[in-house]
Design a protein around this ligand. Structure first.
Ligand code: NAD
Length: 450
């Protein structure tokens, strides 16, 4: 059995030992074997698209089926297929220069990789992590989030249906199970979740000197330059913010707008929402907030900002009444220049609220960004090469999309990861393969014939 209902530390250790024994018992998986393991994951996504969409809807209250299909099925499917297509090239030893003899780097599987995932795009995180870890020839143990019980349970059943427990296993449970999981002597640990929890994970991993990749969160800023195609920029920011109702680690968190263009930003944002989300409560494309705790957290940001005199602009084209919102849907709301001391400007928002920060000069924007912890992503809209270069060289974020939002994260050829408080290490594509491999240095010295 590959899935355990709320596993104990002892259960987790038993599976780990079984996987490690199986790993050590034989030659590393060949290219063909790795492709066959990836094919099984591909088969799950192809054959269970509807099950995955329904499980996510059950977990969120309402989840856009189109978004679920794109993010939890098609996107990891593309990742798995691209991984298969490029794997032979990634596995090839790399020749290096040597003063004498022959030198190369040989990529070797690490052994057993642990993967802990968050709730916001659970299918995507499980299958994209799996793609990299299997491609590198490892055994894999996965601990999905307890906040999406239907999806996590489905993932456990699906994985169990195609993988033996010593190939890929799923461990279910809450924070206590996560804690027990991260205390195990894995050969590598990929953790996706909050920065605050990432600190505990790093501490737990240190006990066993387990190398970790931490995929964390943060406040990703967006800059709209005076040189930008303004209407297009506002539309991309607003639509990006409303995907999964803002519950994405790379969602634009807050936006810097030239001070003379704030009214225009509000006008265009209203028009964009009226066009794409004429209604919200019954709109199949508008997703609920995951649970009451997060719904109340977001309402708390709004109440505090309102009490502080911040102007709040609801993007509610149908003038719907949200006083009763049984599905935890929240009205997309712009917050005009909230103070940096307010909670909405301190925490990662992870919801459909968008603070607008008016600015006069770009250097003032860069200073404000650099006064905060390094973000997971940064977005710059503009057509000024000097300004663009300044933003790229003077700020430090996990990744950047220029004249768009979030797309760098789904570009498999790019490493995906944070920096500083937003994480460490990276995966996706060849960078995932390398993260989950040991790059072994080999030197063959010139030997005299026997
Ligand atoms: P979370 O950190 O609360 O939970 C993530 C996982 O960690 C869950 O499986 C949970 O059970 C487990 N966990 C909880 N406490 C633990 C502990 N003490 N030790 C070990 N494991 C523990 O995060 P969340 O609320 O599920 O997700 C939201 C956060 O994740 C946001 O900050 C978001 O930005 C971030 N995130 C980052 C990425 C990325 O790729 N960088 C992607 C998605 C989400």
């Amino acid at each position: 059995m590959s899935a355990i209902e709320s596993s104990t530390s002892c259960d987790i250790r038993t599976i780990l030992e079984k996987q490690r024994a199986a790993f050590q018992d034989r030659e590393p998986y060949t290219l063909e074997e790795r492709c066959e393991l990836l094919d099984r994951a591909i088969g799950l996504l192809v054959n269970h698209e509807q099950d995955i969409i329904e499980a996510l809807t059950a977990d969120f209250g309402h989840r856009s089926p189109g978004f679920s299909k794109g993010s939890e099925v098609l996107s990891p499917l593309a990742t798995l297929q691209q991984t298969k297509a490029e794997l032979a090239e990634w596995m090839r030893p790399e020749q290096r220069r040597a003063r004498a003899g022959e030198a190369w780097v040989q990529y070797q599987p690490l052994g057993v990789v642990g993967i802990v995932t968050a709730w916001n795009v659970p299918g995507y995180m499980v299958f994209s992590g799996l793609a990299g870890a299997l491609a590198a020839g490892n055994r894999v143990m996965i601990k999905p989030s307890e906040f999406t019980p239907h999806t996590s349970d489905l993932i456990a059943r699906l994985i169990r249906s195609v993988y033996a427990e010593d190939e890929v296993a799923v461990v279910l449970g809450g924070a206590d199970v996560g804690q027990a999981f991260c205390g195990q002597p894995f050969d590598h640990l990929l953790f996706t979740g909050a920065t605050s929890i990432g600190k505990h994970v790093l501490r737990a991993a240190a006990e066993n000197l387990v190398p970790v990749t931490l995929e964390l969160g943060g406040k990703s800023p967006t800059i709209i330059s005076r040189s930008a195609n303004f209407n297009e920029a506002v539309a991309k920011v607003v639509i990006g913010k409303l995907l999964n109702a803002g519950q994405l680690c790379v969602a634009p968190d807050y936006v810097f707008v030239p001070q003379e263009s704030v009214d225009a930003f509000i006008g265009v944002a209203k028009a964009v929402v009226a066009k794409f989300f004429p209604t919200l409560k019954d709109n199949p494309d508008y997703t609920s907030i995951i649970n009451t705790r997060h719904f109340e957290r977001l309402q708390g940001y709004l109440s505090e900002a309102r009490a502080a005199g911040v102007e709040l602009i609801e993007l509610n084209a149908g003038a719907e009444d949200f006083s009763q919102s049984p599905l935890n849907k929240i009205v997309p709301t712009l917050l005009c220049n909230p103070g940096d001391d307010l909670q909405v400007m301190q925490d990662e928002i992870f919801g459909p609220l968008l603070p607008i920060k008016p600015y006069e000069t770009l250097s003032e924007v860069i200073a404000q960004i650099n006064a905060r912890p390094r973000p997971l992503a940064l977005y710059y809209f503009g057509n000024d090469a000097a300004e663009e270069a300044l933003v790229l060289t003077r700020t430090c974020s996990g990744g950047v999309t220029l004249n768009g939002v979030m797309s760098h994260a789904s570009t498999e050829g790019l490493p995906f990861g944070g920096v500083g408080q937003s994480g460490m290490g990276a995966y996706h594509g060849i960078d995932g393969f390398r993260t989950f491999s040991h790059a072994k240095a080999v030197l063959r010295t010139a030997a005299n014939p026997a």
